[in-house]
Design a protein around this ligand. Structure first.
Ligand SMILES: Cc1cc2nc3c(=O)[nH]c(=O)nc-3n(C[C@H](O)[C@H](O)[C@H](O)COP(=O)(O)O)c2cc1C
Length: 223
């Protein structure tokens, strides 16, 4: 008789690109994480204020020796999916988020789901920042979900409890988290790859093994 297997919960983290106390980006990310939990995900919040991350030195070997960079990489590596949150700064994403992302590589993000949430002070939303983050996700071989949430005039749309006053906007933000947690084929494939006994893991990167698709190339892997 076959023993039924229980998939471990998908792990989704939010990475916040604002260091400001009371950040609206952070508030939006907490709503997105709630959406991920509704889909059964285990969630965590990566607050860059808890990291003393130096400006990336431009040399990957030197960056790899930085203990805070290592800590950040380990936190992201432990996830199946990531929700990036950014404030719009001069029509783009924040420098603090870019610096953190520069510490990450394929090992942390390849094949994983990424969701995007942005806030802005002005009425135009965070579309500049979100577009740039989408490019970064592609460069890191991650799967950036099509759903994204931009929150314009963030200073007037949250209540004192950090909830969005407009339920439709709240639903859109939560939907980003739900989508990141949703793709069980891709996320469980990544979990399987990550939990694969190192000696039994096939050579090459996850992308090379996938043959261009995350669900291709798995049957030969031993666990
Ligand atoms: C350096 C800087 C640049 C900004 N540039 C823009 C901008 O281009 N467009 C905009 O709508 N808001 C801009 N803002 C306003 C922020 O998007 C807004 O204050 C946002 O709430 C900040 O996010 P936070 O609350 O998570 O810190 C800028 C703020 C700063 C500090």
């Amino acid at each position: 008789m076959e023993t039924p297997t229980t998939e471990p919960p998908v792990k989704v983290a939010a990475l916040c690109g604002s260091l400001r106390p009371g950040s609206y980006t952070a508030q939006a990310l907490r709503i997105a994480l709630q959406g991920a939990r509704e889909r059964g995900a285990e969630t965590s919040f990566i607050d860059l204020r808890d990291y003393r991350l130096p400006v990336h030195p431009g040399d990957k070997a030197i960056a790899a020796t930085d203990p805070e960079g290592q800590r950040l990489r380990a936190a992201v590596r432990a996830t199946d999916g990531l929700i990036l949150g950014t404030p719009e700064y001069h029509g783009s994403f924040s420098g603090v988020l870019k610096n953190a992302l520069d510490y990450l590589a394929f090992e942390e993000l390849e094949g994983k789901m990424i969701g995007l949430v942005g806030v802005s002070g002005g009425a135009m939303g965070a579309f500049g920042g979100l577009g740039g983050l989408r490019h970064i996700g592609r460069a890191l071989h991650a799967w950036v979900v099509p759903e994204q949430a931009a929150i314009p005039e963030a200073w007037k749309v949250f209540d004192s409890e950090g909830r969005l006053k407009d339920p439709r906007l709240a639903e859109r933000v939560a939907g980003v988290g739900r989508e990141v947690a949703r793709s069980p084929g891709i996320t469980s494939a990544v979990s399987r790859w990550n939990s694969c006994t190192p000696g039994k893991r096939p050579p090459g990167t996850l992308a090379q093994r996938r043959g261009g698709h995350p669900l291709v190339g798995w049957p030969e892997i031993e666990y």
